[in-house]
Design a protein around this ligand. Structure first.
Ligand code: PMP
Length: 448
C-alpha cells in the first residue's frame, strides 16, 4: 500500500525526463537494483537492457562504489577545484594512462557540462592564437551532445530542439554516415569518404577561418547506433588538421568499454584534441565529467596574465567523493576485464540475433562492443521507417517479459525506429541468455 502511495505521489510531484506517464510508459518506481536487474514497486524484476545509455557499465548495487564514496566523504567531503585534492589528482593521472597520451583534465559534472567546457576552451584557444574569427562548431545530424544551450545547439536531433529555438549561434550540422541508408551502388567505404568530403565542403563554404572545432562521437550512440567505416574517422581527422580545426571527441557513452575498447576513438588511429567523458567515469553512480585537453592547447592558457585564464568556475566539478568512485569504478572495469567482456558479450548477442535479419520488419542490425541497434522498417525495399506504434509495441512486450530496451531516433525527422540494446558490461552469461530469449520471443510475436 505504501508503495502504491509512492506512485501516486510521484505522479503528483515529479516531472520526468522525456514524457509524463502514458500507456506506453506506465508508472514505475525503482525500489532496488542489483547487477543487471532492477526491481519495481510491485516487486517485478526487469533486466535493464538500456542501462548502457546511462553507462551503468559495472552494473547496479556495487558495494565497492558505495564504500569508496563513504570513505571519501568521511575524510573530506568537499573541496573546490580552485584548490586540489588527492582523488582528483590520482584520477587525472589515471585518465591520462587510459588515454595513452598527455592531456590536462578539467572537471565538471555532466556530459553537457563537459561539452560546454570543450566549446569554450576551443574558442578561447583560437583567440589566444590570434584567430579570433574561429567560433563555429560543426557536428552531425542525429547526434546527441547534451541538454544545455550550447550542447543542445550541437545536438543534431530536431525533436529535442525545435521548441527551444533560438539556440546558440555558430553551430552547424552535416549528415553522418548511415551505412544502411547509403545510396545504391556506393560501397560503404566510398560512401563514408563522400560523407567526410561533405564535411570538408561545409568547412570551406563556411570559410575555414571561422571554424573552431568539430564535435562527434566515435559512433553515434543515442541517435541510432550509426557506426562509421574507419576511413571516415581517418579522413575527418586529416580534414581537421588541414584546416586548423580542433577535433572534439564525445566519449560520454562510448568511453569506458562500451564499444569493446576503453575509448571508442581507439578503434581508429585517432588522436583527438579534446576528449569529453561523463557518466561512464562513475558508472553513473555520482555526477562527474571530464574535458581532457591536449597539453599543447593547455600551454596557451598557462600564461600568468589574467586574460589568458580559462573562466569557468564549477562548484561541484571534481567532487572528491565522485572522483573516488571513478577511481574504484575504473579499477573494477580493469580487474573484471569488462572492456574485453563487452566485445565477447556483443559478439554473442550479434550471432544469436542474426536470424532476426529475416524478420519482416527488421531492416538492419548493427553493433559495436555491447551496443546493438535494430532498425525497424515498414518495408525492406523502400526502407520506410517503422511506424511508431510498431516500435512501441515491441518495446512494451519486451517490458512485459521482463526486459527493458531503448528506442532512438528523431520523430520530427521521421526516424524513431531504432531499438537499442546495451545492458551492463558486467552482465552474466545467464543475463545474456535471458535477453536473447525475450527478444526472439517478442519478435516472433510481431511477425505480422
Ligand atoms: N553526449 C552524449 C553522447 C550523451 O549520450 C549524453 C547523455 N546521454 C551527453 C553528451 C550529455 O550528458 P549529460 O546527460 O550527463 O549531460
Amino acid at each position: 500500500k505504501k508503495k502504491k502511495l509512492l506512485v501516486e505521489k510521484d505522479r503528483q510531484n515529479v516531472w520526468h525526463h522525456v514524457s509524463p506517464y502514458n500507456k506506453d510508459n506506465p508508472a514505475m518506481v525503482v525500489t532496488e537494483a542489483k547487477g543487471s536487474w532492477i526491481t519495481d514497486h510491485n516487486g517485478n524484476r526487469l533486466l535493464d537492457g538500456m542501462s548502457g545509455l546511462w553507462c551503468v557499465n559495472v552494473g547496479y548495487g556495487r558495494e565497492e562504489l558505495a564504500l569508496a564514496a563513504y570513505e571519501q566523504m568521511k575524510q573530506m567531503a568537499y573541496a573546490p577545484m580552485i584548490q586540489s585534492h588527492a582523488p582528483a589528482i590520482e584520477l587525472a593521472e589515471k585518465i591520462n594512462e587510459l588515454l595513452d597520451d598527455d592531456y590536462m583534465i578539467f572537471y565538471s559534472n555532466s556530459g553537457s557540462d563537459a561539452n560546454e567546457v570543450a566549446f569554450k576552451i576551443a574558442r578561447q584557444y583560437h583567440q589566444q592564437n590570434g584567430e579570433s574569427l574561429r567560433y563555429k562548431f560543426i557536428s552531425r545530424y542525429r547526434a546527441y551532445h547534451g541538454s544545455s544551450m550550447g550542447a543542445l545547439s550541437a545536438t543534431g536531433q530536431a525533436l529535442r530542439k525545435y521548441k527551444y529555438e533560438p539556440l546558440s549561434s555558430g553551430f552547424l550540422h552535416v549528415a553522418p554516415p548511415d551505412n544502411y541508408r547509403r545510396p545504391a551502388g556506393q560501397s560503404v567505404k566510398e560512401y563514408n569518404l563522400r560523407r567526410a568530403e561533405e564535411l570538408e565542403e561545409k568547412i570551406i563554404w563556411e570559410q575555414k577561418e571561422t571554424i573552431a572545432g568539430i564535435i562527434m562521437e566515435p559512433l553515434i550512440t543515442g541517435g541510432g547506433v550509426l557506426i562509421p567505416h574507419p576511413v571516415y574517422v581517418k579522413k575527418v581527422q586529416e580534414i581537421c588538421k588541414r584546416h586548423g580545426v580542433l577535433l572534439i571527441i564525445d566519449e560520454v557513452i562510448c568511453g569506458f568499454g562500451r564499444t569493446g575498447k576503453m575509448f571508442g576513438h581507439m578503434h581508429y588511429d585517432s588522436r583527438p584534441d579534446i576528449v569529453t567523458m561523463a557518466k561512464g567515469l562513475t558508472s553513473a553512480y555520482l555526477p562527474l565529467s571530464i574535458t581532457a585537453v591536449r597539453k599543447d592547447i593547455y600551454e596557451t592558457f598557462k600564461n600568468s596574465e589574467e586574460n589568458s585564464h580559462f573562466r569557468h568556475v564549477n562548484t561541484f566539478g571534481g567532487n572528491p567523493a565522485a572522483c573516488a568512485v571513478a577511481l574504484k569504478n575504473i579499477e573494477i572495469i580493469e580487474q573484471e576485464n569488462l572492456v574485453s567482456r563487452a566485445a565477447i558479450l556483443g559478439d554473442r548477442l550479434e550471432k544469436e540475433l542474426e536470424e532476426l535479419k529475416d524478420h519482416p520488419y527488421v531492416g538492419d542490425i548493427r553493433s559495436q562492443g555491447f551496443l546493438m541497434g535494430i532498425e525497424l522498417v515498414e518495408d525492406k525495399i523502400t526502407k520506410e521507417p517503422a511506424l511508431a506504434q510498431r516500435v512501441s509495441k515491441i518495446i512494451g512486450e519486451c517490458k512485459v517479459n521482463g526486459l527493458i530496451i531503448g528506442k532512438n531516433g528523431d520523430t520530427v525527422a521521421g526516424y524513431n525506429n531504432i531499438l537499442t540494446i546495451c545492458p551492463p558490461l558486467s552482465s552474466t552469461d545467464e543475463d545474456l541468455d535471458f535477453i536473447i530469449t525475450v527478444v526472439k520471443k517478442v519478435f516472433k510475436q510481431n511477425e505480422s
